[in-house]
Design a protein around this ligand. Structure first.
Ligand code: PEP
Ligand code: MN
Length: 369
């Protein structure tokens, strides 16, 4: 059960103390307080954990400071969508809104290889009105002999160039808690020219200790990839780990499932789950056409499969697209063959826009029924 308190409640007030004393005296119930400080107001939520079935909603509603009570019926207590749940489905980070109602494209390098390619990418993004990108510095690779990413060494120029070209959010995978410290330090040393969305890759979806560490920091939002060989429920629970530790600014990314049923695509595309995740949770949903399809193959209409699946996901309401681009794919150290080319960026963005407009029209049509 979640008690949503009246906004801007004062933790030093007598009413608040009375409420907390009352809750503390309830047998078999423990409380967890979450405070969300927004630009205009502060919202306090109290999670009651334990045997809450016995509690009467009206009784709880009549307690001091309580504005609303949400009975949590499903598993994902914080990120889930519950009955009569009017909690927000968006958050803001570094001036960019991420929500179940928005669409942001994160085109960029799968892996940072050199400064020149980062700069070419960032410049193209700025020239095409983009505020976000992806830049892999720490790469989890199947083979221990494969390029593992430049790591810490590339962070200063990646962040400086992001600042130079007006990029506000860089999605960057981390595979270890030390990477978070390195990113924080590099951002600090370069004067915080940009923001970072920490990415948890599909190989780490259930790395619970990493999830806890990333969840305990609330400075940077998190992009959690769906695990490629586990159920959707297991991946959504992984997202809930982040929130239960304190960070609820989580975007959930569909990136295809590992099974040869998807051949000849690299993974079996799962973008039909965009509406499912939006229905079950309050998280914005991202799609990754690059790592799910994994080839530049095109259908007889000339349109690449990656673009077809992007359109399918966006037309079903996806809120973010994470996609690999590269200025010189043959020179790319990771995933060159699936990269889109720089001249394809305006074309890709326009195609995404067509799908977005189709989605909005579909919503409007539904509302007219
Ligand atoms: C990536 O986005 O660079 C990546 C490695 O993706 P995934 O974790 O989905 O394989
Ligand atoms: Mn990749």
């Amino acid at each position: 059960m979640i008690l949503i308190l009246s906004s801007n409640v004062d933790e030093r007030s007598q009413e608040y103390s009375q409420l907390m004393a009352h809750l503390a005296a309830m047998p078999g119930i423990v409380t967890r307080v979450h405070v969300e400080r927004g630009a205009e107001q502060t919202v306090t939520e109290i999670y009651l954990i334990g045997n809450t079935k016995q509690l009467d909603i009206e009784d709880m509603q009549s307690l001091p400071c309580v504005e609303r009570v949400v009975r949590v019926s499903e598993e994902y207590r914080i990120l889930g969508r519950h009955k009569d749940d009017r909690r927000p489905t968006h958050f803001e980070y570094n001036g960019v809104r991420f929500g179940q109602d928005t669409l942001n494209v994160f085109a960029g390098l799968c892996a940072v290889d050199n400064r020149q390619h980062v700069e070419q990418m960032m410049r193209a993004l700025r020239d095409n009105g983009q505020l976000c990108t992806r830049m892999g510095a720490y790469k989890p690779r199947t083979s221990p002999y494969a390029f593992q990413g430049h790591g810490k060494a590339c962070l200063p120029y990646v962040f400086e160039l992001a600042g130079k070209y007006g990029i506000r959010v860089v999605a960057m995978e981390i595979t270890h808690e030390s990477h978070y410290d390195e990113i924080k330090e590099a951002l600090h040393l370069t004067g915080n020219p940009t923001g970072v969305m920490l990415q948890i890759g599909t190989r780490n979806t259930q790395n619970f200790e990493l999830l806890k560490i990333v969840g305990r920091q609330t400075e940077m939002p998190v992009l959690l990839k769906r695990g490629f060989g586990i159920t959707l429920d297991e991946s959504l629970n992984a997202a809930e780990y982040l929130a239960s530790e304190g960070n609820r600014n989580v975007v959930f990314c569909l990136r295809g499932m590992k099974t040869n049923m998807g051949d000849p695509h690299r993974n079996f595309v799962d973008f039909s789950h965009v509406p499912v995740v939006k229905r079950q949770t309050r998280m914005p949903v991202c799609i990754d056409p690059s790592h799910s399809v994994g080839t530049r193959a095109a259908s007889p209409d000339g349109i690449m499969d990656m673009m077809h699946v992007t359109a399918q996901g966006v037309m079903a309401g996806a809120n973010m697209v994470l996609v690999d681009f590269h200025p010189a794919p043959p020179e790319a150290l990771v995933d060159g063959p699936q990269a889109m080319l720089m001249p394809e960026l305006p074309y890709f963005l326009e195609d995404v826009q067509i799908a977005r407009e189709a989605y909005l029209k579909r919503v409007e049509l539904r509302q007219r029924q």
